[in-house]
Design a protein around this ligand. Sequence first.
Ligand code: ADP
Length: 256
Amino acid sequence: MVALAVSTPAAIDVRDLCKDYQLASNVVHALRGVSLRVMPGEFVAVMGPSGSGKSTFMNLIGCLDRPSSGTYLLDGVDVTRLRPNQLAALRGSKLGFIFQGFNLLPRMDALENVMLPMVYGGVSGSERNERAHAALQAVGLVDRANHRPNELSGGQQQRVAIARSLVNAPSVILADEPTGNLDSRTSIEIMGILQTLNQAGATIVLVTHEPDIAGYCSRRVAFKDGLVVSDEPNRQIVSAARVMATWPPQDAESAA
Ligand code: ADP
């Protein structure tokens, strides 16, 4: 019998991605030929100095903008050929987003915020409710389901946002500086939740300028001047659960 090799498509497969911005009479080459494959189950940190092209890259892989040239396959689908409505549908079903500023709607409670991405997905009311509860459970926040964002701490708000990113079972979660507005302890808690989700199979691409935060990821990709200048597996992944178990760190204690 002949065994057929079945290859899993990359979650994200970009080749020679370029993005130019026209500024008055100048052209800014924000991305100058980026090629990157992210396989299902990876947890990738995207790093690099300000202006290196990280946001431009995230906007492109988040289907929020189109490249000037190059190709992008999201879960095997050629994104660059899609019409705007097809792109929006793909974004809603295949991508989950987590932002530095949480981006929750203030008049809605946690459960309603988590249900939002399902509004356009043709999901029945009872299933929406069930899936949103399960997502809140996954981030340990079921008991806050009926609280509005202003009744929650920053870490809790980010957990609601993580739950919201999960409800459509996306192929990839894109996190843009998710710990940028949080204190050190809460940042590690959030990284612990992302590590747990990743261990359960979630694919995550996370932008950070903090090496400590990148230490929790399994692969580190660095941008500079619109190019990927390094791309390496992290052979010493830090366990957030372990760091939390011995919190606060010794040196912080003696400094206090
Ligand atoms: P990073 O996220 O790493 O700080 P960006 O992707 O925001 O980098 O920016 C990359 C380059 O593209 C920078 O030189 C920036 O000034 C430029 N840039 C980003 N967005 C725009 C825009 N909308 N119009 C013009 N230039 C832009």
